[in-house]
Design a protein around this ligand. Structure first.
Ligand SMILES: Cc1cc2nc3c(=O)[nH]c(=O)nc-3n(C[C@H](O)[C@H](O)[C@H](O)COP(=O)(O)OP(=O)(O)OC[C@H]3O[C@@H](n4cnc5c(N)ncnc54)[C@H](O)[C@@H]3O)c2cc1C
Length: 639
């Protein structure tokens, strides 16, 4: 029996999607509309001219109160990190080169001074960062080290007699690489380097280094070159920087987590160098959350274009001479676009929850938000959201046929400019290892014990877990089946508790299985690194399963709080999102006997039915993204 038609209260859905920062979103829409004429590289324009135009818009926006959103009020900001993320993700509807340049200037460069520096740095620099008088870059990555940043090779050696640090690139592998705002515009850089004091290495620290004079010429000892043409983001001047014994004052060290006294005494609130560095990196989590948010916005933009097109493009029809039908009528076209729409809404809800947790954690240092959990959630969310953006934009491009390939229809630039989201702010695969570490930490006591008792305990837990999985899932499924007269294979498929159980059971199984494998290797006396390498695909699967379950939990929790008028459509979107994930992973569920073949087929049928139910309102759902016409420039998206 076909499901009853759904309706969308577009305004209420917009409120749900923009809360609690709707006002900020509105103000950023106005900024974008004002500068919309400057977006995109023009056909006859050189890269340098485009970059200069993007810089001009950045400077114009630096004069508004939006640039200070993430900075404390006493230094010219407005102290709302959550609002700054909401602003950033809205800016993703404009030119993505501008977005990345703004991210470098205010998020990475300014954020590093704020989070790694201390009051004298804040007092001296933050106002100039916010107003754009001090243009800077974030120089962490090196040619030889991108993901493994603890092994950076740039050195900052303390010269006690001069009370200065000497910043140096000792090898070609130590040149700073891919650095945004370096090749053309930046005058300053926060440089990450191994700190050497009195001949002792103290691990990676950050220093504020002047790289260019006011007139743009590089400072003595600083060699800067362009990274060369890229796949996208032409408006971002990514550069390579080499330091040849560049001297900076002792005060250039951003010394919140490690300091050097004039006499060369090193002090830190955190003794362990690795832990210190990872604590420093953790303070920069906002950048990662921002990129996740931008990925969600670009998915919304691509889907708005493709779904409008799908409702207007007519191809084929009955053979009786009646008119051709819109392509969104076709089940396959629905299956391509509607699950992506559902997942986009899920990611949007999770993004809001993450932004809220980050805001609470950073606004109030005494807040109870666990930073380790926040970092793990942010890492998993960034990976899911950016991979989703790549998949969605490519699917939308194809779903618009030849029209999708035309520059005017925006999808090509979107694809090129978002591609690198999966790599910067942490490569997704590497980020997932961080997630797995957190998810496994529950077993930490057992691992630390490193004795047969610990092993037995984990094995016992595994047995108990497996038992719980088997016993707890079945009653839910059976209870749900009992609740419907037909007791067919699709009983309870729409029940959110069933979705939750299915996602949780997979995560639990992967987690206990991985813990067992790691443990067995250690017990056999194998080298721990070898054991890790062998299990790494299992590590990544666990992290993906855990991140997916967290995504589901966040979406489900936000629906509980949503207004009644939007609940039916959100319920349908949530069911489609969850069942699409189970369908995608059905091989695993079948292998592990969590699904029968008949129920697996019933899930596929239900996904199809939900697509059919949601297709007629899909365009209204995208209307709730409220993207202003001035930014939806694709001719195929016009109504
Ligand atoms: C356009 C652009 C802008 C950038 N802007 C900046 C900037 O402003 N400042 C800055 O500091 N950096 C910047 N970066 C650098 C970026 O952060 C790095 O490229 C990123 O961290 C990845 O590092 P990498 O390129 O060295 O890749 P690698 O770490 O070498 O990774 C290469 C591949 O190996 C895989 N891999 C690595 N380790 C493992 C492992 N343990 N297990 C399994 N697979 C693994 C990765 O998944 C990846 O697929 C930018 C990069 C780009 C492309």
């Amino acid at each position: 029996m076909p499901a009853s038609p759904l309706t969308v209260d577009v305004g209420a859905l917009t409120d749900y999607l923009t809360a609690p920062y709707a006002e900020t979103v509105e103000r950023v829409w106005d900024d974008l509309i004002e500068h919309a004429g400057e977006f995109g590289r023009r056909a006859d324009e050189t890269i340098d001219a485009y970059r200069d135009r993007i810089l001009a818009v950045l400077l114009a926006l630096s004069g508004t109160d939006r640039s200070g959103l993430g900075f404390p009020a006493e230094h010219g900001g407005s102290g709302s990190p959550g609002e700054s993320v909401a602003a950033f993700q809205t800016l993703a509807y404009g030119d993505l080169s501008l977005l990345v340049m703004l991210g470098v200037q205010f998020g990475l460069f300014g954020g590093a001074i704020l989070n790694l520096g201390t009051e004298p740095h804040h007092e001296a620099y933050l106002r100039d960062v916010i107003t754009g008088r001090m243009l800077g870059c974030f120089a962490m990555t090196e040619t030889a080290h991108g993901s493994n940043v603890a092994h950076l090779e740039t050195t900052a050696t303390y010269d006690r007699d001069a009370s200065e640090f000497v910043v140096n690139s000792p090898t070609p592998g130590s040149y700073k690489d891919y650095i945004g705002n370096a090749a053309r515009h930046g005058r300053w850089a926060v440089v990450f380097a191994q700190l050497v004091v009195g001949g002792v290495r103290r691990g990676v620290h950050a220093l504020l280094v002047r790289i260019r004079e006011d007139d743009g010429t590089p400072r003595p000892g600083v060699d800067i070159s362009d990274c060369g043409p890229k796949l996208g983001l032409d408006g971002v001047d990514n550069g390579r920087i080499r330091f040849d014994q560049v001297r900076v004052p002792r005060e250039a060290l951003l010394n919140r987590y490690g300091d050097v006294a004039p006499d060369g005494t090193y002090t830190s609130v955190i003794d362990n160098a690795d832990r210190r560095f990872f604590t420093m990196l953790g303070t920069l989590v906002r950048g990662r959350i921002s990129v996740g948010g931008a990925a969600v916005s670009t998915s919304k933009l691509a889907l708005t274009i493709a779904i409008r097109y799908a409702n207007r493009r007519h191809q084929f029809g009955r053979t009786d001479g009646s008119p051709e039908v819109p392509i969104l009528t076709y089940r396959q076209h629905q299956r391509r676009l509607i699950p992506l729409l559902a997942r986009t809404i899920a990611l949007s809800a999770a993004q809001q929850a993450l932004t809220g947790a980050m805001n609470e954690s950073f606004r109030d240092p005494g807040a109870v938000v666990d930073r380790r959990v926040l970092e793990s959630r942010a890492a998993g969310h960034k990976a899911l959201a950016t991979w989703h953006a790549s998949d969605t934009i490519q699917t939308c491009r194809e779903a618009c046929g030849g029209a999708g390939y035309l520059t005017a229809n925006m999808l090509g630039a979107l694809r090129a400019d978002t591609d690198v989201f999966t790599t910067f702010e942490g490569d997704n695969t590497v980020l997932l290892q961080l997630v797995a570490k957190d998810v496994l930490s529950e077993f930490r006591d057992g691992f630390n014990a490193l004795n047969p008792v610990g092993t037995v305990r984990i094995i016992a837990e595994q047995t108990v877990d497996a038992f719980v999985e088997r016993t707890s899932l079945r009653p839910v499924v059976e209870r749900l089946r009992d609740a419907v007269p037909s007791r067919g294979d699709d009983a309870g498929l729409g029940d959110r508790r069933y979705h939750a159980e299915m996602l949780r059971t997979r995560e639990e199984h992967l987690r206990t299985g991985l813990a067992m494998r790691l443990r067995r290797g250690v017990d056999r006396g194998e080298d721990a690194f070898e054991v890790f390498i062998r299990c790494e695909d299992h590590v990544v699967s666990l992290a993906l399963a855990a991140s997916e379950r967290r995504l589901f939990d966040a979406f489900a929790a936000s629906i509980e709080k949503a207004r009644a008028e939007v609940r039916p459509v959100l319920d349908a979107l949530c069911a489609l999102y969850a069942l699409s994930v189970i369908e995608r992973e059905r091989g695993w569920y079948l292998e592990h006997r969590r699904l029968s073949a008949a129920r697996s087929k019933a899930i596929t049928a239900r996904v199809g039915a939900l697509c059919e139910q949601l297709a007629p309102i899909a365009e209204s759902v995208t209307d709730a993204f409220a993207i202003p016409d001035a930014l939806l420039r694709a001719p195929i998206a016009q109504r």
